[in-house]
Design a protein around this ligand. Structure first.
Ligand SMILES: Cc1cc2nc3c(=O)[nH]c(=O)nc-3n(C[C@H](O)[C@H](O)[C@H](O)COP(=O)(O)O)c2cc1C
Length: 202
């Protein structure tokens, strides 16, 4: 059973177990492949010793609630999956993250993060981390060739790079296809995302 705010105060002060690497904030958005977040990222991160706290955009949460993955993520991590802001009087449902990984990140999420829009919990947490010293942020944009040709796209990537974000991006990890023309069974590059996270966190 995971913690609920109604259980009473807990968190930021809660010690992380001695063998833990720390707290990994995992943020998922509404793209193809987000349904593999548990098997591709959360389970391996737990196996590496992270405590994992998952936050989803509202749309991604709707998708993962519908297919049962949200419940599985909560059972696995022992924490609620966040998709809404807490009430001001409620305690924080997650411990403070030592590192964030946004994977998969939609073109929409990347644009909002790069321009400082924080209109949902998944953006609020990572926007704050961008301005917090010592909290690495890794982002995997799960986009297609049309997203990349948007006139604002390169500017968004530049803004994130200048903020110190580590982008899992490029033809070696995620070759771009035209919309609806990528292989149907294409897996997200979870190994590269995990490796990048480990490097940034160490
Ligand atoms: C089935 C489906 C698959 C999608 N896949 C992608 C994708 O791979 N990349 C992307 O940027 N947007 C994709 N979208 C569009 C996003 O879901 C949409 O822009 C949404 O507003 C993103 O919301 P979020 O960024 O708050 O999660 C997809 C939409 C649907 C319905």
């Amino acid at each position: 059973m995971y913690y609920r705010p109604s259980d009473g105060p807990r968190q930021e002060e809660e010690p992380v177990s001695a063998d833990s690497r720390g707290v990994l904030g995992v943020v998922g958005t509404a793209t193809d492949g987000v349904e593999t977040l548990r098997t591709g990222l959360v389970e391996p991160a737990l196996a590496l010793g992270w405590q994992v706290a998952v936050t989803l955009t509202p749309t991604a949460a709707r998708w993962l609630r519908a297919n049962g993955e949200l419940d599985r993520l909560e059972s696995l991590t022992g924490l609620p999956v966040r998709d809404t802001p807490r009430l001001p009087a409620e305690p924080r449902p997650h411990p403070v993250a030592d590192c964030y990984v946004v994977a998969p990140a939609s073109a929409n999420y990347v644009a909002k993060l790069a321009t400082g829009i924080a209109d949902n919990q998944a953006l609020t947490q990572v926007s704050e981390a961008l301005g917090t010293v010592g909290v690495p942020v890794v982002v995997f944009p799960r986009i297609n060739a049309a997203h990349a040709r948007h006139p604002a796209w390169e500017g968004h990537l530049g803004a994130l790079r200048r903020a110190g974000v580590s982008l899992v991006y490029g033809a070696d990890v995620w070759p771009l296809h035209e919309p609806r023309q990528g292989p149907a069974d294409r897996e997200l590059p979870w190994a590269a995302i995990l490796a990048n996270t480990a490097v940034r966190a160490d």
